[in-house]
Design a protein around this ligand. Structure first.
Ligand code: SAM
Length: 301
């Protein structure tokens, strides 16, 4: 992303969640607060039937599978978050949080989690203003941790916060890996592993290389690449799903789930239109290190 400017792709992913909650019934990822965090323009687009048809069903129609993945990954993470909460999880860290509304949704729970949103200071300033507008300030349980990963590492940022390094956490790193170099991804992976004690988990999504993307989805991958590059956030790191375990094992991670786009489609998108299905290049990985959260707990999905 461009220094000193809030992430434009974070605006788009938030707008997708707002649009999805207005247009799809029932929503795959219920998010009644998504609307409150988008810009006034995206708020209008997602609320107005005509404007959303024009933008999402006409101008951005070709990118609808990408929108589906944005919804699918959010659902997967929060399903896992709900499972872990039942097992006593108390800390949730969003790395590159963007305009995710978990802080607002969590605050109305009887027993709110401690939520840490780590993000670029410029994006986070916009988030702070939107939270002020929507909620009159930061919701209970939410802590904003500004970190520019080009200048500071996640561990240092979390050390400045009230994050408890002795208590396992779920880390979510959504829609970010694809914009980083492999070196920057490895550095952040090491920082996440260092920050969270054994029993923690990390969920992130990633793009497979073009050559291992199904032929039918390669034009879409090229289109996405142009779309994000025009917004100053070109696609960079890719990972081959077949060799992810071998790649991340030496970094100390155990790949507990490598959710393919097909499985995402089967799990969440049955009954929705064919154009609203994740494309063949977006995968979701769930990693652990140390012992799983609780012996004898329900089998994680
Ligand atoms: C596509 S958005 C994803 C936001 C959110 N996770 C979602 O799914 O809606 C990418 C996020 O990465 C963050 N990001 C990009 N470069 C960064 C950097 N150098 N330091 C910190 N955060 C960065 C942006 O601020 C933005 O919030």
């Amino acid at each position: 992303m461009k220094p000193d400017r809030p992430s434009r792709t974070a605006e788009v992913t938030a707008a997708v969640r707002a649009w999805h909650n207005q247009q799809h019934h029932p929503p795959i990822f219920p998010d009644p607060f998504a609307q409150r965090l988008v810009s006034p323009v995206w708020g209008f687009v997602s609320r107005s039937r005509l404007a959303s048809w024009l933008v999402f069903d006409q101008i951005l129609r070709g990118l609808q599978p990408v929108a589906a993945h944005i919804i699918g990954r959010a659902r997967y993470v929060e399903d896992r978050l709900a499972e872990l909460r039942q097992e006593g999880l108390g800390q949730y860290v969003l790395v590159g949080a963007g305009l995710d509304s978990i802080g607002l949704r969590n605050a109305i729970e009887a027993n709110p989690l401690r939520v840490f949103e780590v993000d670029h200071p410029a994006t986070q300033e916009t988030k702070r203003q939107r939270l002020e507008r929507a909620n009159g300030g930061l919701p209970a349980g939410l802590e904003l941790v500004p970190v520019d990963f080009e200048r500071e590492c996640l561990t240092e940022g979390l050390r400045r916060s009230s994050f408890d390094p002795k208590e396992p956490a779920l880390f979510a790193w959504l829609g970010v890996v694809q914009y980083l170099s492999e070196e920057a991804v490895d550095q952040t992976l090491a920082a996440i592993r260092e920050s969270g004690p054994p029993g923690s988990e990390l969920i992130f999504d990633y793009i497979a290389p073009r050559q291992s993307t199904p032929e039918a989805d390669r034009d879409l991958l090229d289109g996405l690449s142009r779309f994000t590059a025009r917004r100053g956030e070109p696609l960079k790191a890719t990972y081959d799903p077949q060799s992810l375990g071998a790649r991340l094992g030496p970094l100390g991670f155990d790949v507990r789930k490598n959710l393919s786009p097909e499985e995402q489609g089967r799990r969440y998108f049955q009954g929705y239109s064919d154009s609203f299905r994740p494309p063949g290049f977006y995968h979701i990985a769930r990693l652990g290190w140390g012992d799983p959260p609780k012996a004898g707990a329900a089998q994680p999905s």
